[in-house]
Design a protein around this ligand. Sequence first.
Ligand SMILES: NC(=O)C1=CN([C@@H]2O[C@H](COP(=O)(O)OP(=O)(O)OC[C@H]3O[C@@H](n4cnc5c(N)ncnc54)[C@H](OP(=O)(O)O)[C@@H]3O)[C@@H](O)[C@H]2O)C=CC1
Ligand SMILES: O=C(O)[C@@H]1CCC=N1
Length: 273
Amino acid sequence: MEFDGKRVLVLGGGNMGCALMGGWLDAGLKPGSLAVVDPHRGDALSALIEGHGIRHETHLPADTSPDVVLVAVKPQMMAEVLPSLAPVLGEETLVVSIAAGTTAAFLARHLGEKPIVRAMPNTPSLIGRGITGAFATDRVSAGQKAVADALLSASGPVEWVESEDLIDAVTGVSGSGPAYVFHLAECLAKAGEAAGLPADLAMRLARHTVAGAGELMIRSDETPAKLRQNVTSPKGTTEAGLKVLMDERDGLPPLVTKTVLAARDRAVALSKD
Ligand SMILES: NC(=O)C1=CN([C@@H]2O[C@H](COP(=O)(O)OP(=O)(O)OC[C@H]3O[C@@H](n4cnc5c(N)ncnc54)[C@H](OP(=O)(O)O)[C@@H]3O)[C@@H](O)[C@H]2O)C=CC1
Ligand SMILES: O=C(O)[C@@H]1CCC=N1
């Protein structure tokens, strides 16, 4: 693995920091090469510390000149946290930030001109089923990009983009996307109740439908459009439902576009806060 022998420091052991660390440990990163800084121990962090013996510190500096630093704190914390990170970095430390809307220029202003990767994973990383969009600045060497790729790939495919702006669009689609899908399951369950089903049965049907359709989409070679057509019998029930859902004016297409653009625009706005 490209990350064999690399020392990795993680700043922020919350949802995403722990999801990514879990993937690295499963992929063979030695616990001794990993240190995490977080003022508190949440459940997920405690499980990693107790299960793998990774090092946890409540404050920087935890390690000096690590090969890689993963910045996994909230965007709003950056201005407070980055000044204490700067002296910890070596000349060639690779900085991988997963924060929405925190630009490479902002990171460089606080950390100096470092090799920086901006990455946008998502929460299915927790079970190795994430997808990550990533952008590397010019200072990132081919070797460092391979290390970043190996680390990020531990939780699912990595899509490298050539323009940093596209990370905001990735955020709107796949970074925030799991929440849209979970909400679809919530809506499906509520609609099932409206159609007369008991709440717990409606929720079971909704969860399994969303999960099963997602799994089929991943395992099948067919496009989502073809899989949809396979469900849709001429003059049948699905056709009647989809007529409402696919309405170009009031249906899902304009609503999802508005949703993704709102999330993308929030990422852009965060970069200006
Ligand atoms: N959640 C998601 O789906 C995704 C999130 N992201 C990005 O990942 C980043 C983290 O998000 P997420 O994991 O959800 O957030 P969390 O709040 O779960 O994790 C952030 C962690 O950072 C800790 N922290 C706070 N201050 C410091 C500090 N000074 N030094 C070190 N750690 C500190 C927090 O501790 P405490 O809770 O005690 O304050 C918390 O444990 C964000 O920038 C977000 O934009 C990217 C992709 C997807
Ligand atoms: O909601 C957020 O800001 C973060 C970034 C992508 C998913 N969660």
